[in-house]
Write a protein that binds this ligand. Sequence first.
Ligand code: BTN
Length: 246
Amino acid sequence: IGHEISYYEETDSTQIIAHQLAQNQANEGHIVIANEQTAGKGRLGRTWHSRQGTSVSMSLILRPELPPQKTPQLTLLTAVAVVRAIHANTGLDCQIKWPNDVLINGKKLVGILTEMQADPDFVHSVIIGIGVNVNQSREDFDPDIRDIATSLLLEKNEPVDRAAVISAILNEFELLYDLYLEEGFSPIKTLWEAYSMSVGTNIYARTMKEVLYGYAVGITDDGVLLLRDESGETHSIYSADIEIAS
Ligand code: BTN
């Protein structure tokens, strides 16, 4: 991972570049890094702010031999890799909020976006986008996200070297990806649950159609969150905003 790097001072989105490279036969492990993104993409069609000189913005191209429905496992794996990398690099402890936000002291530090090019039964490529807020000051965040976002600078009270963060993420990712290819999802799932703040507590899950309240039991191998409500019924949550209740 990371032996081939495409670097951009400024681009619209590393995801877009990575998709183009993947269509042109880029190898597994090719990564795209940008100093600045002018149109960073977030989940659910949201935008992702990544100003000059303050973020890590990168996309990894993978070509796993997996059925398409297993790719959510790679998103969960990435969240684990990022938490471990940040700990190794800064000593800070982050937590994962299902499905794949990485938070520190309850505020969002990292966003992960997984996209794939696939046929129904064959994955051509998986593009994993990772955005880390590194050296933003409070004022660097737009007012609407100022209270819910944070950066390594804000949490550590000192600037952090972005290149070191990138190499730590790539190291951890490679270790976990090799483990995953050898042993499957089970060891990754155990780590994910250990770093998760959503499992083992009472949560509210705001889905498209309702708000569910209950105990988060764990995740399935497909990355589905299992919630047991007060009547003892277990719900499978595929997509929702999670709030910790206790
Ligand atoms: C989220 O909504 O939380 C996911 C944000 C993902 C942002 C990263 S930054 C690198 C890559 N390029 C993009 O345009 N988006 C992802």
